[in-house]
Ligand binder design. Sequence first.
Ligand code: PMP
Length: 382
Amino acid sequence: MNGPGRRPQTTIFTTMSALAQRHGAVNLGQGFPDESGPAHIIEAAVDAMREGRNQYPPLAGVPELRQAISEHQRHWYGLTPDPDDGVMAAAGATEAITAAMLALVGPGDEVIALEPSYDSYKACIEIAGGVLVPVRLEAPGFRLDLDRLAAAVTERTRVLLVNSPHNPTGTVLHREELEAIAALAIERDLLVVTDEVYEHLVFDGHEHLPLASLPGMWERTVTIGSAGKTFSLTGWKIGWATGPADLIARVKDRKQWLSFASGTPFQYGIATALASGEDFYREYIAGYQERRDLMVAGLEAIGFEVYQPEGTYFVTTSIAPLGYEDGMAFCLDLPERCGVVAIPNQVFYIDGPATRPEVRFAFCKPVHVLEEGLQRLGAGLA
Ligand code: PMP
């Protein structure tokens, strides 16, 4: 797949965002909020720029950010990554995941990941020379089948790549599922990389439980986080990896040949952001839960089968009850037909059937934009 002869591929998000622009469509495709994050966080970054903090940061990030990431993990989960050698800032979670894969996966190694999966996983595992082995979450519940997970482990499995809350299904792994993952990782002596970028987006009183907090897991787990989702600042691309010093040292060793380091003033801004009080997070969840409910009810009323998400700002639907089978064809047609953009879930499958009826809508948009999107869908699909 990789190598000099490989045909360049555009991601679905680029294609769909271009279609959104061309048709003046409501973009419920890519997961970026329309609103910027809190003003005091933006001011903190502006202050940093004005104070002259505009040169390279250290590879692992400025000390203030590393301290704030560590303190955030302690406050919410009782985890205590060492700010000096257990925290690494990155150009978004994407770079942190890529560096982790390059560090922990070698040629021919297998990485087990939940499927559907965020599309950068397969790409960066392949860059590392590894192979993504999917364990499928099936509609309607999209729960993890623990027998299937255990059966996927082979002699060549190196890493379990977990994502909870899960994009695109909205599944939040529950304690029993996480304990089973932990037991398997310990029994088969596997490393775990856990993508928790939606850690604060969990609804209905569900709890986000980091895998690294389970007994026996800290020493084998790299946890990935991002400020983009939590603080509605996706364009700043500040993400991180936390974990035991030996694993983080390996991840840093790879990251130095990627960006090396980036975003000095934004790192200061996010250090301020992470110190936000619990009220900020409560309001954030409440705002998204309201939008989740609006979308679920609105899409159901139009005739979609809706799989209610427990977390993230995505909702997966099926277009089958509307009489369609192929999510890709449906989504390519949607901007012109309805003036709305959505993402076909089939792009999140490794090599599953070419056509799938699942379609993902992002609800990280203001209520009036969601209402406009629903109204257009209702009118165009009637
Ligand atoms: N992981 C998941 C599951 C995501 O959904 C995303 C963004 N859509 C990322 C990682 C990337 O995060 P960042 O923008 O911080 O690189």
